[in-house]
Design a protein around this ligand. Structure first.
Ligand code: ADP
Length: 273
């Protein structure tokens, strides 16, 4: 009933029988509490930039500003608008991931295509502030069973975090570590950034969990990136692994099981006779 198990017990009672019906509502209470927390978090995340925007609108309306001051206010308003746009876009992505069926297992996404696209995104985000090293995937060529845009968004989220949590001058390395027909393969995103203390690691894929809220927001984070990654990987039968050391850096790995990875030996090209 309502997805909950109803237990029925029949016990002797006086001259007759007593029927006892029990329902364990622990799961439902937990789900209700999570839903309430989520709504409260979303409201808070939207209210903050809205309040700031309202303040700026008032400033623009009531204060005689110089053209330079006006430009500064408009730039700050754009920042807050972008923040809300990213939040809504991440919320929609999460909702779509939760509501859509698992991606078909017979669509093969080449690893090299994912790496090429994510390299362009990393360059655009880093704007030359970091040393970006993208290793060639090598031979035989690997492909992953799944959904190209979802896999790309998972990898891009890890790379964007590496850029945002690595100070200027740091190094970010991305590679595909080939498995075999029986061994899993994996994407590795390694940075020399601020790292994450051990006690935070079990919670970083929770929605809106941030180690340092102000740093995450300042760099354009929504607090939803890793929960999107987690959902995408679950749908692809893959797993997320993290090693990190504060002050030294982090290494995130997307581990793809052998059954969802295919390797194809490149056919040697035939040169001129
Ligand atoms: P956010 O939008 O805040 O980055 P995420 O869900 O992507 O949200 O990540 C959750 C938190 O995990 C971040 O707020 C940050 O504290 C931490 N984190 C994620 N990736 C890294 C990284 N590469 N280096 C250091 N901290 C990270």
């Amino acid at each position: 009933q309502n997805g909950l198990t109803l237990s029925v017990q029949i016990r002797p009672y006086g001259d007759g029988l007593r029927l006892i019906l029990t329902q364990d509502v622990t799961e439902r209470l937990r789900a209700d509490a999570m839903r309430r927390d989520f709504v409260a978090n979303v409201s808070h995340e939207i209210r903050t930039p809205l309040t700031v925007l309202a303040g700026f609108v008032e400033t623009l309306t009531n204060l005689p500003l110089t053209p330079v001051e006006r430009q500064r206010v408009l730039a700050l308003m754009t920042q807050q608008t972008n923040r809300m746009q990213s939040l809504v876009s991440d919320l929609l992505t999460l909702a779509q991931l939760e509501g859509s069926p698992r991606p078909p297992a017979d669509h093969w996404v080449p690893v090299s295509a994912l790496l090429q696209q994510v390299e362009l995104e990393a360059q655009a985000l880093s704007k030359g502030r970091h040393q970006l090293v993208f290793h060639e995937p090598g031979q035989p060529a690997a492909a992953i069973a799944g959904h190209q845009s979802e896999l790309l968004s998972a990898l891009a989220n890890l790379v964007s975090n590496a850029v945002r949590y690595t100070p200027d001058g740091g190094r970010i390395e991305v590679r595909w570590l080939a498995g075999s027909t029986t061994q899993p393969g994996c994407f590795e995103v390694r940075d020399t950034g601020i790292g994450i203390a051990r006690e935070h690691l079990p919670r970083i894929t929770e929605r809106f969990y941030r180690v340092d809220g102000s740093r995450s927001r300042e760099t354009g984070g929504t607090g939803l990136g890793l929960s999107i990654v987690k959902h995408v990987l679950q749908r692809h039968g893959a797993e997320l692994e993290v090693d990190s050391e504060p002050g030294k850096g982090s290494c995130f790995r997307i581990v793809v099981p052998a059954v969802r990875t295919r390797y194809v030996q490149a056919v040697p090209s035939i040169g001129p006779a």
